[in-house]
Design a protein around this ligand. Structure first.
Ligand SMILES: [Zn+2]
Length: 80
């Protein structure tokens, strides 16, 4: 099959970036969390760009907390 090479590359991309509906897991989510927050604050549609991370944040309270913390940091100093 001449398609096997393209197929392999597609599988690799899915492995690296996740596909819609997949959950990146804590390690995968944490690796790109800073970029995820940065892109989101720039107005990018991060749920399309990094769907596996978006899925994981919905599923994992611990990573969701990390995400909230990064958003707060990125938005500027906390005002008491
Ligand atoms: Zn997690």
């Amino acid at each position: 099959m001449s398609e096997s090479r393209g197929r392999f590359e597609a599988d690799l991309l899915v492995h690296l970036l996740g596909s819609a509906g997949d959950d990146s897991g804590c390690d995968g989510g944490f690796a790109v969390l800073a970029e995820y927050v940065e892109r989101e604050l720039e107005g990018a549609n991060v749920r399309d760009l990094l769907p596996a991370v978006a899925a994981h944040l919905r599923n994992c309270p611990a990573c969701s907390d990390d995400y909230e913390g990064l958003v707060a940091l990125a938005r500027g100093p906390r005002v008491n």
